[in-house]
Design a binder for this molecule. Structure first.
Ligand code: ADP
Ligand code: MG
Length: 179
């Protein structure tokens, strides 16, 4: 299966996680997102990020989806605050990975300049994903469709209008943060 095929499979309209659904009774998890959070401004996104940072279990991975300017880095700043990280979190576009120490180790990864999963493996990405006492945030995860599995949380951020952003969440511990 080509990486691109896997990427499309995640957007199965039935939400079953596959392009051609083999088990229609399987609970819906991907595609049609179950829970959404509407943020009206940057501050609300940061505050929601703080909640995520406080709740994240060790060993969690959050794959972000969304265009440039959607708010992935802004949300990451809030998540870092929630983990008790005082250091300023900046976009890892050029460094590819930034590491911070808080309640959990935070690996903030930007896949924009990675060609794909083999580049990710070269920078030690899989070790970060598998590290038990850490939280991995991956911006531009669309570029690494092969790293997403059933335990990966996903946050898709869409610009609505003006400063409004719709955050669609997938993953049990994340969804539990919303009513
Ligand atoms: P990305 O990492 O997705 O490219 P950034 O977080 O770097 O996006 O940038 C988002 C931009 O949008 C920032 O300039 C931020 O101030 C602005 N913004 C406006 N409204 C919001 C909002 N509701 N949530 C997050 N960012 C917002
Ligand atoms: Mg960013």
């Amino acid at each position: 299966m080509l990486a691109q095929d896997r990427h499309e499979a995640l957007y199965c309209p039935g939400g079953c996680g596959r392009r051609s659904c083999e088990d229609p009774k399987k609970p819906q998890r991907r595609g049609e997102q179950l829970k959404t959070f509407l943020s009206h401004n940057k501050e609300e996104t940061i505050a929601f990020g703080e909640l995520i940072g406080k709740a994240a279990p060790g060993g969690s991975v959050i794959a972000f989806r969304g265009d440039l300017g959607a708010g992935k880095t802004t949300l990451s700043k809030g998540i870092a605050q929630g983990l008790g990280i005082d250091e300023e979190v900046t976009s890892p576009t050029y460094t590819i990975v930034s590491e911070y120490r808080g309640r959990l180790a935070l690996y903030h990864i930007d896949a924009y300049r990675l060609a794909g999963e083999s580049d990710f493996a070269e920078i030690g990405g899989y070790d970060m994903l598998e590290s038990a006492g850490s939280l991995c945030l991956i911006e531009w995860s669309e570029r690494l469709p092969g790293i997403v599995n059933d335990s990966t949380a996903i946050i898709d951020i869409r610009v609505e209008h003006g400063d409004e952003r719709r955050l669609s969440l997938s993953g049990a511990w994340l969804e539990a943060l919303l009513p």
